[in-house]
Ligand binder design. Sequence first.
Ligand code: TRP
Length: 328
Amino acid sequence: METVLSGIRPTGNLHLGNYFGAIKNFIRMQDEYNCYFFIADYHSLTTHPHPENLQQNVKQVLVEYLASGINPETATIYVQSDLPETAELYLFLNMNAYLGELERCTTFKDKVRKHPENVNAGLLTYPTLMAADILIHKADKVPVGNDQKPHLELTRLFASRFNRMYGIDYFKEPEAYNFDETLVKIPGLDGSTKMGKSEGNAIYLNDEPEMIRKKIMRAKTDAGPTAENQPKSPEVMNLFTLMKYVSSPDTLAFFEQSYNNCSIRYGDMKKQLAEDVINVCEPVRMRINDLSNNTTYLEKVMRDGAEKARINARKTLSQVREIIGFKN
Ligand code: TRP
C-alpha cells in the first residue's frame, strides 16, 4: 500500500474551505492509503508563537481533524515534535542544502517581502524540515497545494542528492498527490475566490449558528439581475457555489431559477444558505466540543500516533546514520 503524508501548521481554527477541500480528501484517502497526518508544530516556530498558543493550536487542529472524520484507527495522526528523529534528519539534510537554492525558493522570498523583520534561519530551512517530515516515512505521495509545490521539488532534490552522494538508492522521490479535479474550492463571503483565514472571509467549523447567520447575511451581493439568464457577479456566484456544497439539489435549483427569472431575493437565499451551512457545521461543532473536553482520549490519540510514527522514524534514522558513517 502506498504511503501518503500531509502536514498542517497549527495556526488556528479550520474553516469550511479546509473541510470541503483537503479534509474531505483525507477522509477518502485514509481507507485507500497508508496515511500519516501530522501537526507541524516545529514549523510553526518560524513565526514565534506564544507557548500557550502553540499548545492550544496543536490541540485545536487535532480536535477538529477528529471531529471532521479523520479516523485515528486507520490513519496515523501525530504531532511533529513527538518525533525528535525529524529534527535529527533535518540536521543531516541541512548539510547538503545550499544557501542559493533555499534563498531562491519562492515561498522564502515571499516571507522576506512580507516580514523583513523576521527572516530567521528556520524560515530559510523550512523546506529542509519539510523534506525531513516526508523522507522519514519514505512517503510516496504528498498532497500539496500550489503554494507548497516548491517545497516538494526541493524534497525530491534533497532525496536524490543524498542518494548520489552516498552512492545508494535509499530515499525515494515523493510525488505530488494531485487532487486538483477532486479538490473543492470554497469561495469567500466577500466575492474572492478563496475562503481563507488570512483573507478574513471564513466560516469556521466551530462557529456558533448565530455567528454563521451573521456572516452569511453580511456576505456581499449585487443589485440583482435585471434581465433573464444574466451572468452572475463574482459575489453572487460565490453564494451559489457554497450552496452547491451545503444545500439540497432542489434548493439550489429553486434559487437558480429565481435568479434566472429575476425574482430572486438575496436575503431569502442567504437565510436558506445559512441554515444549510449550520446543518453541516453543527454536528462537527458538537463533536469539537465533546472532544475538547476529553483530554484523556486526545492524549491517547497523540501517544498512539507518535508511537506508530516513531517506528518508521527510528528505522530511517538508524539507517541514515549508518549510511552517513555514524555508528548506531
Ligand atoms: N508547509 C506545510 C504548510 O504550511 C505544512 C507541512 C509541514 C507539510 N511539513 C509538511 C505538508 C510535509 C506536507 C508534507 O501547509
